[in-house]
Ligand binder design. Structure first.
Ligand code: COA
Length: 386
């Protein structure tokens, strides 16, 4: 095996990278490197696609793709990257190829303007090593379609399949939703095999969802389960209407598998949410610590200063006032925290006081209390798998 180089993926490598991703994630036995591999970077969306290649043989050993988009934090849109499809060939694992590839992909995303990176990990330790921390959970529940049919009905809503012309309006709905909460990514028109629909009221688009299917769980009835990939409404009636009228596809489906946002509308309205079918967590990395701190929003009415010492990322003075932060280099540190744990604090997932108790963060009582108020907010949810 020769030297490994990491570089931008070339269009002619799409089949090879697709096959690698297929081999790493699909339950099918790995295929030979033949055409037709899925999920390679499609070139149409802004992003970076990187590969690790054996310099002697030219063989592609590993691949990673990051979509460039925005992510909503504290009411503001932070330039972000969504990392997907990290796959190292089975025969090349355990010798630093994955680490080098991810570091290179993060650097390329940062160069392209992203200050944070979001990902759904299959291995926490690997991404923690790359500077990412847990940002939140993604609990997917099996909800009975008959329970969804009990939701209030809004007879003014009509539904149709979405068209590409709907994208700007749907992006607005997603942005308005993002500005109210944390972790939401920009609207992504690509829905894979899921079918996108819109809800209209008086001729205006007031909601959007993407619905897929998976086999019904044994013993739970129905021909299939509906999987809600994404769902957003301009108002509660539009959102609940989509759940009731489209997602609850009775009688063929008896169950809807959907991410239930903690404290969200569905949690308040649906009687039974007891069975999780998935409970993954998602992770965040701060690609550019000062830029990420400066770009997000903070609770209005909170004013204060902390000086963060982030090993490997320098010392930064964070002055918060009026819902914004000014970040300047240097200062006398009041808090010391590693980059992965700072990312978890940034996401509101890791409470600074708990982090200090666990030995992950160091700071005096005042600085820790202030940090807690800076990053307080709704639980961060990464709505959509990508
Ligand atoms: C996970 C994966 C990308 C790691 O690639 P790799 O080239 O074997 O990883 P590296 O050799 O660069 O390892 C870097 C570090 O991560 C750790 N690591 C790697 N795989 C790990 C795993 N499955 N669990 C825990 N730690 C792991 C290594 O021990 C190493 O840490 P160390 O420096 O402290 O020893 C690779 O195994 C893979 O492609 N798996 C299948 C697809 C997948 O899970 N992708 C992750 C994406 S969501």
């Amino acid at each position: 095996m020769g030297r490994t180089v990491v570089r931008a993926a070339r269009p002619e490598e799409q089949e090879e990278t697709g096959a690698l991703v297929g081999a790493a994630f699909s339950a099918e036995p790995p295929r030979r490197r033949t055409p037709g591999g899925a999920e390679a970077h499609d070139g149409a969306r802004p992003g970076v696609a990187r590969v690790a290649v054996d310099e002697d043989t030219g063989q592609v050993l590993a691949t990673a793709v990051a979509r460039l988009c925005g992510q909503w934090w504290g009411g503001r849109r932070v330039p972000a990257a969504a990392l997907a499809g990290v796959a190292v060939d089975l025969t090349a694992r355990g010798r630093g190829v994955g680490r080098a590839l991810v570091a290179d992909t993060f650097a390329a995303a940062r160069e392209a303007g992203a200050s944070v990176v979001a990902l759904i990990p299959s291995t926490h330790a690997f991404y923690r090593g790359a500077g990412c921390g847990v940002a939140g959970r993604r609990p997917v529940y099996a909800i009975g379609t008959h329970d969804l049919r009990d939701l209030p009905r809004d007879r003014s809503l009509t539904y149709r399949e979405a068209t590409p012309q709907d994208a700007p309006r749907v992006a607005e709905l997603v942005a308005a939703h993002g500005a109210r909460t944390n972790g939401v990514l920009d609207h992504d028109e690509a829905t894979g095999s899921a079918v996108p629909y819109v809800a209209e009221r008086d001729g205006a688009v007031v909601g959007w969802c993407a619905l897929g299917r998976r086999p019904a769980r044994p013993g739970h009835g129905g021909n299939y389960a509906v999987v809600v990939h994404d769902l957003v409404g301009a108002d509660p009636a539009a959102e609940l209407g989509l759940w009731r009228d489209l997602a609850a596809d009775e009688p063929s489906a008896r169950e809807v598998h959907a991410l239930v946002r903690p404290g969200g509308l569905l949690e308040q309205h649906v009687r039974r949410q007891t069975e999780t079918v998935e409970d993954a967590s998602w992770m965040l990395g701060l690609l550019d610590v000062p830029a990420a701190l400066a770009a997000r929003g903070y609770p209005r009415g909170v004013t204060g200063r902390v000086v963060l010492d982030v090993p490997g990322h320098g010392v930064h003075t964070l002055d918060v006032a009026g819902g914004r932060a000014a970040v300047t280099p240097g200062g006398a540190p009041t808090v010391r925290v590693g980059p992965a744990d700072l990312a978890s604090v940034y996401a509101g997932h890791l409470d600074p006081l708990t982090a200090r108790h666990a030995g992950l963060l160091h700071g005096d009582d005042d600085a820790v209390a202030l940090l807690r108020t800076f990053f307080a907010g709704p639980p961060a949810v990464l709505d959509r798998p990508f």
